[in-house]
Design a binder for this molecule. Structure first.
Ligand code: SF4
Length: 160
């Protein structure tokens, strides 16, 4: 999978210790739709980072060899632009007997990505955080993720 970064341990995006994978691309919809500069996006600096193509097998080994992490979070930029690569990674984990939660942070709403949701639903234990980032909105604690999300329009759903 092409990534911007992998943090082998992350404690702020899900209730369980997680490996955090930063995806590579975004259309900057959250900013553009609100007439804001893309620099407002908290992930904007990541756009400058180099893209690295890491074999799914290597990501899997990184995860299973760390006894601390219990889940994989795939987040900003926008993972759904690489949905085929996200699905390949999940497929590799599941074929190797690893059923850990996969948490996908998308800025899209469900009606914008029905095909991707249906493809992801074929795998067990998938959670998606939906919704745009709205600067200056109130933050909101999300029960599914067990963390506070940046804006109160955002929410997570266990889709499988
Ligand atoms: S989807 Fe994520 S990376 Fe893209 S503009 Fe929104 S918050 Fe920023």
């Amino acid at each position: 999978m092409r990534v911007k970064n992998i943090a082998t341990e992350d404690f702020i995006n899900y209730k369980e210790p997680s490996m955090f994978i930063s995806s590579c691309f975004c259309s900057w919809k959250c900013c553009i739709e609100q007439g804001l500069d893309i620099g407002v996006c908290q992930n904007a600096p990541l756009a400058q980072a180099e893209i690295v193509d890491i074999p799914d097998e290597a990501i899997y080994e990184l995860f299973v060899n760390n006894p601390i992490t219990q889940a994989v979070v795939i987040g900003g930029l926008e993972p759904m632009i690489q949905a085929n690569e996200v699905i390949s990674l999940i497929d590799y984990f599941r074929k190797n007997g690893q059923d850990c939660p996969f948490v996908i942070y998308t800025g899209y709403c469900p009606n914008e990505i029905p095909k991707e949701i249906n493809l992801l639903k074929q795998y067990k234990n998938i959670i998606i955080k939906f919704g745009r980032y709205i600067p200056n909105a109130k933050s909101k604690y999300d029960e599914v993720l067990g963390v506070t999300l940046a804006s109160d329009n955002q929410y997570a759903e266990q889709i499988s």
